[in-house]
Design a protein around this ligand. Structure first.
Ligand SMILES: [Zn+2]
Length: 133
């Protein structure tokens, strides 16, 4: 059991302390190959600006049909995503309507729902319930 404990928690499965990587791990939807991903992250050593670019890229990439289909099986492994510099991909010219929820979240919650549409919608429903009382 001690070995399992050393391996970290669910939130921090590799026992990694780098807050930038921890944030990436929280957001990145394919929860696999974290040790390889961390190795790539350390090689990359993204500064704060690059980390922002990474998060912004994930915002739209997570809305892509290919990432939503088939239980996310077309989502690249995180290590490959980092190694491939996939945050440099260009978003599709036409922003899908699905992105609207994130703009709405920025307005309503200051983006506090992270990148989770589900969290945002839950918060919206709770807010609406509170206002109705
Ligand atoms: Zn929100």
């Amino acid at each position: 059991m001690a070995m399992l404990l050393n391996f970290g928690s669910y939130e921090n499965p590799t026992g990694d302390e780098d807050p930038g990587f921890a944030r990436f791990k929280r957001v990145y939807p394919r929860k696999e190959a974290w040790l390889d991903a961390r190795r790539e992250w350390r090689k990359l050593r993204p500064d704060a600006h690059m980390q922002e670019l990474i998060m912004q890229a994930l915002e739209w990439q997570m809305q892509q049909a290919s990432w939503q289909e088939d239980g996310g099986k077309w989502i690249p492994r995180a290590d490959k995503w980092i190694r491939g510099g996939r945050w440099l991909d260009e978003p599709p010219a036409e922003q899908p309507a699905k992105l609207d929820w994130f703009a709405e979240c920025r307005e309503m919650h200051g983006g506090a729902c992270g990148l989770s549409q589900q969290v945002h919608h839950t918060r919206k429903i709770l807010d609406a319930g509170r206002q109705a009382k």
